[in-house]
Design a protein around this ligand. Structure first.
Ligand code: HEC
Ligand code: HEC
Length: 192
């Protein structure tokens, strides 16, 4: 009996530690998701943003019906599947396969969200494009638009946290069930 209680206590302590470590891991994930190279496409508005300052995209570019731009001016008019050669200059349009914004009915916003709100939106299938944990991990590990953040071309600053570290922290957060820093507050609020 005593052993069972001790084992339970130990399990609770270790899951509390895992939770705290997972929430800390998510803060690294957040730093990447809210880096200008990532959040410039993960926006509530209808025009992609540009530069570290997040200015509205020049030339009146808009999201369009599927995220690929207005029918008359799709992203692919200017953005190729790879960055152009350096000889095109530092202001040439960068490129990666399927360059686009998320669709208007599922904008996958990262910019300006609190840690708790960002955490909740990333793990929610209703807001992340229907991705389960495996699909999310595959996306951060393999997706080419994500990968562009580490070789953005021109004089754009790449994401400073290595991609391997993003993947490791994302997996650690996922393995603990994706806890969010706001969860304690929500639970405390629910107590009688
Ligand atoms: C050119 C625009 C663009 C850039 C730049 C971009 N993304 Fe995305 N991102 C998208 C699109 C489009 C989707 C939707 C893809 C899908 O559902 O298949 C998406 C989806 C995602 C998702 C899954 C949806 C969610 O809400 O969790 C994650 C995670 C993500 N991106 C992370 C990143 C990270 C990290 C970076 C930077 C290293 C980045 N993205 C840069 C366009 C972009
Ligand atoms: C008419 C040409 C054109 C079209 C169409 C266009 N872009 Fe761009 N885009 C550019 C150019 C040029 C740059 C580089 C600007 C610079 O660095 O001075 C750029 C840069 C960007 C950047 C880099 C932002 C950063 O981190 O600094 C993103 C993101 C972007 N475009 C998204 C899009 C999306 C999404 C679409 C379609 C909805 C699109 N663009 C359509 C020309 C275009």
């Amino acid at each position: 009996m005593l052993m069972t209680v001790l084992a339970l206590l130990a399990a609770t302590v270790s899951s509390t530690n895992d939770r705290a470590a997972a929430i800390a891991a998510f803060s690294t994930v957040q730093q990447v998701l809210q880096h200008p190279r990532c959040q410039n496409c993960h926006i509530p508005g209808d025009a992609p943003l540009q530069f570290d300052a997040g200015l509205p995209h020049a030339m009146g570019v808009v999201r369009g019906p599927d995220g690929k731009g207005a029918p008359g001016l799709p992203c692919a008019t200017c953005h190729n599947v790879v960055n152009p050669p350096a000889s095109y200059g530092v202001h040439a349009p960068p490129g990666a396969p399927a360059w686009r914004l998320p669709p208007p009915n599922q904008k996958m916003v990262f910019i300006n969200l609190s840690p708790a709100a960002l955490c909740a939106t990333v793990k929610n299938k209703k807001t992340n494009g229907g991705k389960d944990w495996a699909a999310l991990i595959k996306h951060v590990t393999d997706d080419k638009l994500v990968g562009w953040g580490w070789h953005p071309g021109g004089t754009r600053a790449p994401v400073p946290i290595p991609r391997a570290e993003l993947v490791a922290k994302f997996k650690q957060w996922a393995a603990a069930g994706g806890p969010c820093s706001g969860d304690e507050v929500a639970r405390a609020g629910a107590m009688p």
